[in-house]
Ligand binder design. Structure first.
Ligand SMILES: *[C@@H]1O[C@H](CO)[C@@H](O)[C@H](O)[C@H]1NC(C)=O
Length: 194
């Protein structure tokens, strides 16, 4: 899976095709929790760089470090998604995709993210204050099972505990199990612009 198995968001697009071959530990025998996205979400103040602070382990990849997403406006009204991460060999990897609001009037915080060769994956902004944190979630019902991903993003490379806690509270509010989160490392050796 090499290149495909890259850091933030990639698993989203990948999940739809590979869900049935997932290791069992990733699949929980319940339905997706009900949740809502940020009701007045706006794309423009959300653009720019976000550093991954925490995420759920993905069955598709090892734990990348130095994960950063950059969201930029595209001429057609969609958003370019440029992700960079450092793999276990210490090599930076990048991937380019795009995101769009599936239903901007009714649910502006619900985005779909597309990477090359993958169907769109859910990118639900549970909440963000635009300047410190974002709490992003994705969940897919698979019959009696469900598959979920989650990210705590921050504007700072290393967010303060206060900022991280605020983001975590947004997941807890929907009974999303935050014990699944692990910390994304951002050592001084990170390369964000390879
Ligand atoms: C982030 O934290 C790591 C671990 O403490 C540290 O090595 C690194 O220099 C920090 N990065 C920034 C940009 O502060």
């Amino acid at each position: 899976m090499g290149k495909l198995a890259l850091g933030l968001l990639l698993a989203l697009g990948f999940a739809a095709t590979s869900a049935l071959s997932l290791p069992k530990y990733r699949i929980s025998p319940r339905a997706c929790p009900s949740f809502t996205t940020k009701p007045d979400f706006e794309v423009v103040p959300y653009l720019g760089e976000w550093f991954e602070q925490k995420t759920f382990p993905s069955p598709f990849q090892d734990h990348f470090s130095c994960v950063r997403a950059r969201y930029s406006p595209l001429d057609d009204g969609t958003v370019e998604v440029y992700n960079v991460a450092t793999n276990l060999d210490g090599e930076p990897e990048v991937i380019l995709g795009y995101a769009y609001q599936a239903n901007p009037e009714a649910e502006p915080g619900m985005l779909s993210v597309v990477f090359p060769g993958t169907p769109g994956g859910m990118y639900a902004v549970l909440d963000t204050d635009y300047v410190n944190y974002a709490a992003v979630y994705s969940c897919q019902d698979l019959g009696p099972l469900y598959l979920e991903f989650a990210w705590v993003l921050a504007r700072e490379v290393n967010a303060t505990q206060e900022v991280v806690d605020e983001a975590l509270s947004k997941f807890e509010q929907f009974q999303i199990d935050i014990s699944k989160f692990y910390d994304t490392q951002h050592p001084a050796s990170c390369v964000y612009d390879p």
